[in-house]
Design a protein around this ligand. Structure first.
Ligand code: SF4
Length: 667
């Protein structure tokens, strides 16, 4: 038996696993985030442990085919390939790509492996595609990025919640237990299952959320809802933002966003009239070429209403991937070192270099962001852990070609994902129920992943693979999660995400510990910003931001908006959930009945969606839940990201997954 947490999303629902003759039985455990609930994905998560697709031997490429190999042969091929490529093309020609589902220990070990064993600056991870815009906006406004700077229970106690670009009723269903319908305002171009729960649904044109937020702030100012005492005492820069939003009068916002003026006023009245209120954003606000500024616009609104740092109120980002929070704190991100330190900060480099036993100048500098890495001519080898970019990257056909053209592609995974199928070497790795470690959930609560059983024969943990490769490359490390975590604690000490006082024993005894936690007598920090923000002067920063059109707007050739997202039964690239027969799901194109009539198709008919990057065909799902100028596709199945636009946010380097120009025709 093991008490652990779900392998999928950032809610990290608590579960108990029991081994039985028929397999592994999953039971829900009560925990503050899931209150005893699990979704379909969690209930079926053990089905992959004995799945026939499970890889139990390394694979190496011979021409067009992958064949079984010993670990020695596979690792020789990896190490020899890395050596030859670095000698010929330089150290940075070997790249590493991680994932937001990796444990804290693995994320830390991967960053160390890249910087110390490979001495490459070329490392980033799929979290860049997930919540990097909210991270950039949070750092800009508050001096610190923790998805929810308060426990999730605070949301349940709020009288009003503005939920922007999130569909937790499908992506993390138990979270809905924390949302009271009466005070819930949902911003989404689709009338999602979550929007149907709310008292008010604002359905803006894709790509106009920033203007919507500026318009809401304009109304808050003109209607006298700004908390002047809070603004004066705890923030800087309000006057510049007030000047910037002055031009966003309600009628103009309605014209641009399509949201009726009355609904704009109603949303502000509900938020401003609540004793406790929350503004929460997610991928819908973030996955834009102006995602950082869009999130900033909602942070500005929250600051003007006096919410962040007020008990029971606040601003937060709903992180998506299982370790989306911890995954961005420990050094697998292109611009960071452990402890959420900047890699270009001399003091941070000196601290981490001491823990790693290297000279500060030997730690490489910042590298390219995820999409730039996955399309770089300078990269000749790539090692992938915990990610499937062949499905999840934008302009995926180009990324697949790029992966196929590499001199060496190594993928560590437990099934032959679409990325692994392109690899030169595939290393079979353990699943969540076969390893120990820690995860940091969407609240910044560090929790334990506990092993139920050993991995199947022939399978190794990611930490064991990294330790073996590091050793062969002359930089030995441990494969023991507890020892890796202890090193992580030392590396993070004094950083923003300080784990120094968090131990496995404390997590076991307390059920989880919130960072920052600088020493073992510190209680952890469930609520941030109560007295001061993490900026040098302790005050939050208003930042004026301006609406600009999406990188690609509809035109005569591509007259519709395409937006993408997730569905209830699937998780991320679907490499895991698509293999579980109890989780039904197929690609589809959601479109409005007016659009269906215009192009002459019925529900279920096959349609082709095309953009300037490619086309894909799927059955139509005709529904009035979507705007008539927009089509939606879930991205789990490989087709949607053939179409998406890799235009990048200039600050977060987030691709514009949420909006591009498309056309739909009968197939
Ligand atoms: Fe909970 Fe998310 Fe797992 Fe569903 S997928 S059981 S919401 S952690």
């Amino acid at each position: 038996m093991s008490d652990t947490h779900c392998p999928y999303c950032a809610l990290q629902c608590a579960m108990r696993l029991r081994a039985s003759a028929d397999g592994v039985v999953v039971e829900a455990r009560d925990f503050p985030t899931n209150r005893g609930g699990l979704c379909q994905k969690g209930w079926t998560s053990a089905d992959l442990l004995r799945h026939p697709d499970r890889l139990t031997t390394p694979l190496v490429r011979h021409g067009e085919t992958l064949r079984s190999a010993t670990w020695a042969e596979a690792l020789d091929r990896v190490v020899n390939g890395i050596g030859a490529i670095q000698e010929r093309h330089g150290r940075d020609a070997v790249a590493v790509f991680g994932g937001g589902g990796l444990t804290n220990e693995k994320a830390y070990a991967l960053g160390r492996f890249a910087r110390v064993a490979l001495r490459t600056r070329t490392i980033d991870y799929n979290g860049r595609f997930c919540m990097s815009s909210a991270a950039a906006a949070g750092n800009r406004a508050f001096g610190l990025d923790r998805g929810l700077p308060f426990p999730v229970e605070d949301i349940a106690a709020a009288d009003a919640v503005l939920l922007v670009g999130a569909n937790p009723a499908e992506t993390m269903p138990p979270f809905v237990r924390h949302l009271g319908g009466d005070g819930l305002i949902v911003v989404d171009p689709r009338r999602t299952a979550t929007a149907r729960l709310g008292a008010l649904h604002l359905q803006p044109t894709p790509g106009t959320d920033l203007a919507l937020a500026n318009g809401l702030l304009h109304i808050a100012i003109t209607e006298g809802h700004v908390d002047r005492g809070y603004v004066d005492a705890r923030t800087n820069g309000f006057d510049e933002v007030r000047a910037a939003v002055a031009q966003w009068w309600p009628a103009r916002v309605e014209r641009l966003t399509g949201v009726p003026v009355a609904d704009l006023y109603a949303a502000v009245e509900r938020l401003a009239g609540a004793r406790r209120a929350m503004v929460l954003t997610a991928r819908g606000a973030e996955q834009h070429a102006k995602g950082t500024d869009t999130v900033t616009a909602f942070v500005n609104l929250a600051l003007a209403l006096g919410l962040p740092g007020r008990p029971g109120s606040g601003y937060g980002c709903l992180t998506g991937q299982g370790n989306g929070q911890g995954g961005r704190e420990h050094g697998q991100k292109a611009d960071q070192l452990p402890g959420y330190r900047r890699i270009d900060d001399p003091a941070a480099r000196a601290h981490v270099a001491k823990v790693w036993g290297v000279a500060p100048e030997d730690i490489p500098g910042p590298g390219p962001s995820a999409y730039e890495l996955l399309s770089s001519d300078a990269v000749r080898a790539l090692l992938v852990f915990g990610s499937n970019p062949a499905i999840s990257a934008p302009r995926a056909a180009g990324v697949r070609r790029w992966l196929g053209d590499l001199d060496l592609l190594v993928v560590a995974d437990f099934v032959l994902s679409e990325t692994a199928a392109l690899a030169d070497v595939v290393l079979p790795t353990a699943q969540w129920a076969e390893e120990d470690g820690t995860m940091t959930n969407l609240e910044g609560r560090v929790i334990r992943r506990r092993r139920l059983s050993e991995p199947p024969e022939g399978v190794r943990t990611d930490l064991a693979v990294l330790a073996e490769l590091s050793g062969r490359l002359g930089a030995p490390t441990s494969d023991d999660p507890r020892r890796v975590f202890d090193e992580l604690r030392r590396a993070s000490a004094g950083g923003v995400a300080d784990y120094a006082g968090i131990t496995y024993e404390r997590i076991d005894a307390e059920g989880g510990v919130f960072w920052p936690c600088p020493d073992e007598s510190h209680p952890g920090t469930p609520r941030l910003f109560l007295d001061r923000f993490a900026t040098p002067d302790g005050r939050a920063r208003f930042v004026p931001v301006e609406h600009r059109p999406a990188a690609e707007e509809p035109d005569a050739d591509f007259p519709l908006y395409l937006t993408t997202g997730r569905v209830l039964t699937q998780y991320q690239s679907g490499a895991q959930t698509r293999r579980i027969t109890a989780l039904p799901g197929d690609p589809y194109v959601e479109l409005h009945p007016d659009l269906a009539a215009r192009i002459g198709i019925d529900d279920g008919a096959s349609v082709t969606v095309a953009t300037r990057r490619g086309s894909t065909t799927a059955p139509a799902r005709v529904s009035a839940t979507i705007r008539a100028d927009t089509v939606f596709m879930p991205f789990h199945y490989g087709g949607a990201n053939l179409l998406t636009n890799p235009a990048l946010d200039p600050i977060s380097r987030m691709p514009e997954f949420k909006v591009c120009a498309a056309k739909v025709t009968p197939a």
